[in-house]
Design a protein around this ligand. Structure first.
Ligand code: IPE
Ligand code: IPE
Ligand code: MG
Length: 261
């Protein structure tokens, strides 16, 4: 092509999602990105709307970001949608989020399939409304053969609950004589986490301005690079995602070792 190379900015377009990849090293894209989708309520309040309006907009943002991440070559997005501690919120807000999840999982199946997105879930099913559990099963079943990006949705998820669940599973196997205590290593623990089989996140993104983990993927983020922004999740765009990946690419990941210079 005559004009190839004249443009400094490369753009990747998918379903009207434009991702400006300028400056990105496409050979060093994080394989797994974890996102704490925070700031929905404050985003809504800031414009005089009810908090639930923010959750609705946040669900839209997730659709866009999954497509953008896929275009960039990310293999897994783990998105924190509802924590084990979020049950403390007013029942009206909790109910709204449960209905939103159920609607999202119904309406988006076609879109997931069109985009080759495989949906998975992490978290405890205990306490979730029956309809949400049904929609989760349906989404898993309908998208299980998709080979593109994995959207790993954290619903009724807590990192501590996940570790407890793993410990109980391991202890049960030991008690039943199926596992030798001396054989319990990192791999055994990882095999008992909800994320079994997935790589650990390379990059953890938290919008909304708070600098904490809020019980997300406690074991798995041991060496994740962290990137935060004050931008609330509903305002998060593919450009923020690219900024986060650019920052990630500027980091030196040492994993406790030394990098030869
Ligand atoms: C994140 O947004 C979504 C959930 C926790 C369900 P928030 O609802 O926490 O929004 P802020 O942080 O109060 O603004
Ligand atoms: C973390 O956000 C959970 C989700 C985004 C689903 P929270 O709003 O619940 O976290 P805290 O309470 O500010 O730590
Ligand atoms: Mg919050």
């Amino acid at each position: 092509m005559v004009f190839k190379g004249l443009f400094q900015t490369r753009r990747k377009v998918a379903n009207n999602i434009v991702v400006d990849t300028a400056g990105l090293d496409m050979n060093n894209i994080p394989e797994h990105i974890a996102i704490i989708m925070d700031g929905n309520g404050r985003w809504a309040k800031a414009q005089g709307k009810v908090r639930t309006f923010g959750h609705q907009q946040g669900a839209e943002t997730l659709k866009t970001i999954v497509k953008a991440a896929d275009k960039l070559g990310v293999k897994v997005i783990s998105a924190y949608a509802f924590s084990t501690e979020n049950w403390k919120r007013p029942v009206t807000e909790v109910n709204f989020i449960m209905e939103l999840l159920s609607r999202y999982l119904t309406n988006e199946i076609q879109e997931f399939n069109d985009n080759n997105v495989q949906v998975r879930f992490i978290g405890s099913r205990e306490g979730l409304p029956e309809v949400v559990k049904q929609k989760m099963d349906h989404a898993i079943e309908e998208t299980k053969d998709n080979t593109g990006i994995i959207l790993n949705l954290a619903i009724n998820y807590g990192g501590q609950a996940e570790i407890l669940h793993a410990v109980q599973g391991i202890a049960r196997e030991v008690a039943e004589g199926r596992l030798d205590v001396a054989k319990i290593d990192n791999q055994v623990v990882e095999d008992h986490l909800y994320t079994a089989g997935l790589p650990a996140p390379d990059l953890l993104i938290r919008p909304g301005g708070d600098l904490r983990i809020s019980n997300f993927l406690l074991w798995q983020i041991a060496y994740a690079e962290i990137w935060t922004t004050k931008t609330y999740w509903p305002d998060f765009t593919p450009d923020h995602l690219v900024d986060a990946i650019l920052a990630y690419q500027g980091r030196e990941r040492r994993f406790g070792g030394l990098v030869e210079k």
